[in-house]
Design a protein around this ligand. Sequence first.
Ligand SMILES: C[S@@+](CC[C@H](N)C(=O)[O-])C[C@H]1O[C@@H](n2cnc3c(N)ncnc32)[C@H](O)[C@@H]1O
Length: 270
Amino acid sequence: MSMQESPPAQPIFDYEASVFSAGRMDFAWEELSEEDRRQAYADWEAGKGLIGGNPHVRPGSAYLPEWGLNLPFFRALALDDLRGDNGARLRAELASDRALEVEIGFGRGDFLLDRARRHPEKLLIGYETKTKATRLMLQRVERYQVNNLWLSNDDARFNIPIVLPDQRVSLFHILFPDPWWKSQHRIKRLFSPPFVDLLAAKLRPGGILYFKSDVQEYGEMVRYLVEQHPAFLPHDPAGSDEIGDFALTHREAWCLKHNRPVYAFYFRRR
Ligand SMILES: C[S@@+](CC[C@H](N)C(=O)[O-])C[C@H]1O[C@@H](n2cnc3c(N)ncnc32)[C@H](O)[C@@H]1O
């Protein structure tokens, strides 16, 4: 069974309440047949379902935008864009032995910004395909003078295989990802067998995948996919010790306000 968390600390940044859809609760999933699995790998190889980060979908992703030059911002295809020192600095950070944490889909970024400030000794990377949200977050990084946090607006599924070395990540945070309710949109869901392979390849042994959702069935689907993977140990609530205190994401703050339960999972890499 998934675990319901007790309410964590209040957010500490310039948080403003906003309206979220109450969401549908008819999320349905089934165990994968061999054919489903084969299809998931074929779709992944073909780059189907990528949001924005696919250069065929987003012209210009091979360049750094003016607003990101010489800032802690990167795109997988623009690491060698010499108009800025972004690529060289990120490569040097990745080559260091600082512990690395990665959040996929940071949205407003409250959790990630807090994480970076709380752990100045660590390196943090955040992915968010919404360019506006990424730019706002970049401004917050400057405003709070955070110097251990990098951001990308690439689709993490496209960027991570190119940019992050294998076994480099200590912790992946995937908090309240979109369920993509409609069957024609399922391909955009983060979690699929090849995505779990990717997380397994990039996590160091003993590293953790921290996942949270307020859609109970989505949580159960993620648990099924991750626990089936030979690289991961079963969910263990004790993993919360490695997260410690944290700021709520925007979605989690909304859930708390509306008394909506959230389900947290901690999967350790063998
Ligand atoms: C439902 S929102 C949750 C945002 C935040 N984690 C929270 O809890 O408030 C999910 C976010 O993930 C982003 N996202 C979805 N797929 C992504 C991907 N493949 N790579 C990077 N970001 C992604 C979306 O743009 C969206 O902002």
